[in-house]
Design a protein around this ligand. Structure first.
Ligand code: DAK
Length: 262
C-alpha cells in the first residue's frame, strides 16, 4: 500500500527494530479521515507481522498529534448515513488488535479522535507543548471512539466529566499529574525519549513483553480476582519459555541476557 497521509520508518538494530508511524496531514493538523485511518491500520498490521519489529511508536507533528476526526468529512452526514454505515467503526479499532506495544509520542494538539487515538496506545509520552481534549461538545456531538470510556479510566470521573462537558484542553503537566500520560519531556527530546523507551522494550523477550501488555489490558476488562488469575496463568506460562531460563541465568551470572523471543 502506498501511503499518502502517514509516513513509516524503522529505527534501531536490524534484529530488534522500532516501527515508527508519523501522521502526516500537516495542513489539517493531522485531522483523521477514512483514508488516513485505513493507512494507519495497514501500517500497524505490517509492523505487527514483521518479526524484526519489537515495538511501535505513533506520532504526529510538533503542532499536532491529531486535532480530531476530520470535521469537513463528518459535517455532511445525517443519522442514517452514520448509523447504517457504522461510521468509521471499520478502521478505527485496528490499533486494538496490535499485540506489540504501541507508544504514542504526542506533541501539540491531541483533540477529540486524536486524544482517543493516543489513549488507544499502550502509553503516552508527551512533549511539554502537548494539549489534550475532548472538545466534541463544541460541535454538537460527543466523543465517538472511546473518549467517554478510556478518559475516566485514565484520569477519573471528575476530570473526564470536566473535559467532556466543557471541552477544555488539558496541558501536558496536568495530563501527567492526572495519569493520562506517563512522562512529559521537552519538545526537542520527545522522539529521543520515546525511542529510548521503545528500544528498551525491544531489548526484552517478546513473549514476556506481549504477556505484560495483555495482562495490564485485562485490568480494564475484568474484576480484580479474574484479572489476578489471568496474570497468574500468564506468569506460569512464561516458565515454559527459553527467555525465562536465559533471563534468570544471565542475572545470576552477572551478564547481559540474550533473549531469543522464544
Ligand atoms: N477536522 C478538519 N480540519 C481541521 C480540524 C479537524 N478536526 N482541526 C483543524 N483543522 C484544520 C482547520 O480547519 C484549518 O484548515 P484551513 O482553514 O487552514 O483550511 C487548519 O486545520 C488549521 O487549523 P486552525 O486554523 O484552526 O489552527 P489553530 O492553531 O488556530 O487552532 C485547533 C488549532 C486545534 C485549536 C483548532 O483547529 C480546532 O479547534 N480544531 C478542531 C478540534 C476539534 O473540534 N476536534 C474534535 C473533532 S470531532 C469515531 C471516531 C472518532 C470520532 C468520532 C467517532 N467513531 C469510531 C465512530 C472523533 C470525533 C472528533 O474528533
Amino acid at each position: 500500500m502506498r501511503y499518502e497521509m502517514i509516513e513509516t520508518r524503522t529505527e534501531g538494530p536490524d534484529s530488534r527494530q522500532v516501527g515508527i508511524v508519523t501522521l502526516n496531514r500537516p495542513k489539517q493538523l493531522n485531522a483523521l479521515n477514512d483514508q488516513l485511518m485505513d493507512e494507519l491500520g495497514h501500517a500497524l498490521q505490517a509492523f505487527e507481522a514483521d518479526d524484526s519489529v519489537g515495538c511501535i511508536i505513533l506520532t504526529g507533528s510538533e503542532k499536532a498529534f491529531a486535532a480530531g476526526a476530520d470535521i469537513s468529512a463528518m459535517a455532511k452526514f445525517d443519522f442514517a448515513d452514520v448509523y447504517k454505515n457504522d461510521f468509521i467503526t471499520r478502521n478505527w479499532e485496528q490499533i486494538r488488535s496490535i499485540r506489540k506495544p504501541v507508544i504514542a509520542a504526542v506533541s501539540g494538539f491531541a483533540l477529540g479522535g486524536g486524544c482517543e487515538l493516543a489513549m488507544m496506545c499502550d502509553f503516552i509520552i508527551a512533549a511539554d507543548n502537548a494539549k489534550f481534549g475532548q472538545p466534541e461538545i463544541k460541535i454538537g456531538i460527543i466523543p465517538g471512539a472511546g473518549g467517554t470510556q478510556r478518559l475516566p479510566r485514565a484520569v477519573g470521573k471528575a476530570k473526564a466529566m470536566d473535559m467532556a462537558l466543557t471541552g477544555r484542553m488539558m496541558d501536558a503537566v496536568e495530563a501527567e499529574r492526572a495519569g493520562l500520560v506517563s512522562r512529559v519531556v521537552p519538545l526537542a527530546q520527545l522522539m529521543d525519549e520515546t525511542l529510548g523507551a521503545a528500544l528498551t522494550i525491544c531489548s526484552f523477550g517478546e513473549p514476556s513483553v506481549m504477556a505484560a501488555k495483555e495482562a495490564v489490558n485485562r485490568a480494564f476488562e475484568s474484576g480484580l480476582s479474574d484479572g489476578v488469575m489471568f496474570e497468574r496463568r500468564l506468569f506460569h506460562s512464561l516458565f515454559a519459555t527459553q527467555d525465562q531460563k536465559e533471563g534468570m541465568d544471565a542475572f545470576l551470572n552477572k551478564r547481559k541476557a540474550a533473549f531469543t523471543n522464544r
